[in-house]
Every structure is written in C-alpha cells, then in structure tokens.
Design a protein around this ligand. Structure first.
Ligand SMILES: Cc1ncc(COP(=O)(O)O)c(C=O)c1O
Length: 347
C-alpha cells in the first residue's frame, strides 16, 4: 500500500535533478567556504532570489524559523512590540524565538482568514507613552498556514503597509509559501512583497528542496542579517550543496505548485458534500476539515486514515489539516476522498 503523506508539504523529497545539481556543484569547483563568502553557488542563489523578489539582496538561511527570527532581530530592538496574527507561525510555532532570543514582545491580533484588517492593525499600535512598549513591526503570513493556505493579495498588503508606514512600523512577510500565493494569483512573486521591508521564503516545502530558506530586503538589512545569522550558528561552509537544489527549486518547481492547488480543489469537490463536515474551498494547497459537528476528533480521524496508509497530524484539535504536495497525485486524492467519505459518513 502506498503511503499518502498529507501531514505537510515539508515531506517532499528532493528531485533527481536536485541531487544531480549537488553533484555538479561539487564537480564544477564552485563550492567554497561561505562563512568567508567563497561559495559561488550560494552567490548565484542569493542573486537570483533577490532579482525574483525585487529586493536589493538576499541571504541563505537554514530554515523558515531562522529566517523569520533574523528578520525580526535585524529590524526591531529589545522591548519593542511586534504585531502578529494570533494563529501565525511566528507567534505560535517558532518556540517563542522572538522573545527568547530578541527580547521582543509579540502582540497577537485577530484576522479575517489570515488577513489582519487595517483597522485592527491601527488599533493595535501603541501611542507614544512611556508606559507602553514601542510598536515597531508588523508580521504578515502569506499564504497563511493556519487559516488554510489563504492568500493576502497585493492590494491587501498595500492597505496594511500604508497604516504601518504612517506609524513608522517595519513590515516582515513570512512568505514560507509565498510562491503558492503568486502561482494561485498568476502574478510575479515580487508583486506580493514590493511594499514590505523583508521577506522569508521556504524552499523545503512545496518547492521540494531538502533544506533552506531565503530572506530578502535592502542591502543594509541583509548586511545586518548576516551577523545575526552567524550569532545564531547559521554560518555554513560548503553550503552550495544546499543552494544548488534551491536554484533548481526556483527555476523548475514554482509553476508546478499549481498541481497541488488543483489537487486540493479536487479533494474539496469530493468531500464538501459530507454531512456536518466543515470545510472551505482551498485557495492554494492546504485544506482544513472541521470536525466540531461530527462524533470524531482529529486524533481519531488520523488513526482511522492511517489504516489506509493516509498520514495526517492528529494534533490540530477539532480540525484536520491536509497539505497537498508533490508526493501526492490525483489518484491518491481520489483515494483520500473515498476513504474520508467512508469514515465520516459512517459516523
Ligand atoms: C507559515 C510558516 N512559516 C514558517 C515556517 C517555518 O519553517 P521551518 O520549518 O523551515 O523552520 C513554517 C513551517 O511549517 C510555516 O508553515
């Protein structure tokens, strides 16, 4: 029985072309010690990524979590307050990094499907008063994982940045899945980040690279980020072996994210009629199943799906997250839909 892994798009294995790119990077003699700036493959990746994102410069970092915390530490000071969406990755799932490493104080606010309304942002910003922390930054997450892979459009980003600028806030975009948003909207990724100061993009999710993220912004931001990355133990040596598959990801893997989106829609179409199941048409590759009105919880559903070789996390309370990814094809989706119909209609 084939395992159908819907736990995350991080389970994607590198492609043969990525492994070949690692070998070629080695054979071509372009690897070098990146701590002293000598890995040419990394330079190529960083220049390409900066160009694609419309930013002055970019930096290879080990992970999305590292990239996000570097961006915050580089642009805010100890004691500053950071406005975050209440279910965002930076707030909930990064082990309290902004507070523990940077002395930054997260202010979680509500959103509509991952989009913080401009009036919510406005109301969250502290007035200049010695009793209050200085509100220094806004973090947006695009696409928004916990809201179900939802997209923040360029216009929405602009609405937020215009409020943020009025109050001299920096803006960081956790774009772990930014390319999913770009592909779904059929626009260049740079349109989604032209108004933000910094962006982080994961290459180890739907893009299928084995490791690595990029942060991008101004030359000055990247200069400061470089030192913080070193401080966090993220200075790497012949890390061109990481950058080589990331270059393949940038060149070859972005457009295919559409397949994951199509599969997510197909899954939705085949399960949306299940009585009492709460679900919404996916915008990208993530779909949540709300089980509140069904006599089964996420843990039990994960166990039941496991019997048919379908993997999902059980830890989302009354919701089950399914993340479509390159390792899952249309036939798998049809099977998942059939199994879900069988389990949930029997309840
Ligand atoms: C929205 C979002 N941001 C950041 C991250 C962190 O990425 P990493 O696991 O590479 O640290 C994730 C990972 O799942 C994510 O979903």
């Amino acid at each position: 029985m084939k395992t159908i892994d819907l736990r995350s798009d991080t389970v994607t294995q590198p492609t043969d072309e990525m492994i070949e790119a690692i070998v070629q990077a080695h054979k071509s003699g372009r690897l070098g010690d990146d701590v002293i700036g000598e890995d040419k493959v990394i330079h190529e990746l960083q220049e390409k990524a900066a160009r694609i994102l419309g930013k002055e410069a970019a930096l290879l970092v080990t992970s999305g979590t590292q990239g996000n915390v570097i961006a915050l530490l580089a642009q805010a000071s100890r004691g500053d307050e950071i406005v975050v969406e209440e279910k965002s990755h930076t707030f909930l799932f990064e082990a309290g990094s902004m507070s523990s490493l940077g002395g930054l104080f997260p202010k979680p606010v509500k959103s509509v499907r991952g989009y913080i309304l401009p009036e919510t942002l406005e109301a969250s910003i502290n007035r200049d008063d010695a009793h209050l922390a200085k509100t220094a930054m806004l973090v947006i997450e695009n696409t928004h994982n916990f809201a179900g892979g939802t997209i923040i459009t360029p216009e929405q980003v602009r609405n937020l940045t215009s409020v943020a600028r009025e109050h001299e806030l920096k803006i960081h975009c956790d774009g772990a899945r930014l390319f999913n948003a770009a592909v779904a909207l059929d626009i260049p990724a740079k349109k989604l980040v032209e108004d933000v100061d910094s962006v982080q993009i994961c290459f180890s999710k739907g893009l299928s690279a084995p490791v690595g993220s990029i942060i991008a912004g101004t030359e000055e931001f990247i200069h400061d980020s470089h030192r913080i990355r070193k401080r966090l133990g993220g200075g790497m040596r012949q890390a061109g072996i990481i950058a080589a598959p990331m270059i393949v990801a940038l060149e070859k893997m972005v457009e295919r994210l559409k397949d994951d989106h199509d599969n997510a829609k197909l899954l939705y179409q085949n399960i949306s009629e299940i009585p009492n199941l709460i679900t919404e048409e996916p915008e990208t590759n993530i779909i949540f199943l709300g089980l509140d009105n069904l006599p089964i919880d996420a843990m039990k559903l994960s166990e039941e799906l496991g019997k048919d070789g379908i993997l999902v996390y059980g830890g989302y309370g009354e919701r089950t997250r399914m993340v479509l990814n390159r390792m899952v094809d249309r036939d798998d989706v049809v099977k998942v839909a059939n199994v879900l119909n069988r389990i949930l209609r029997a309840e």
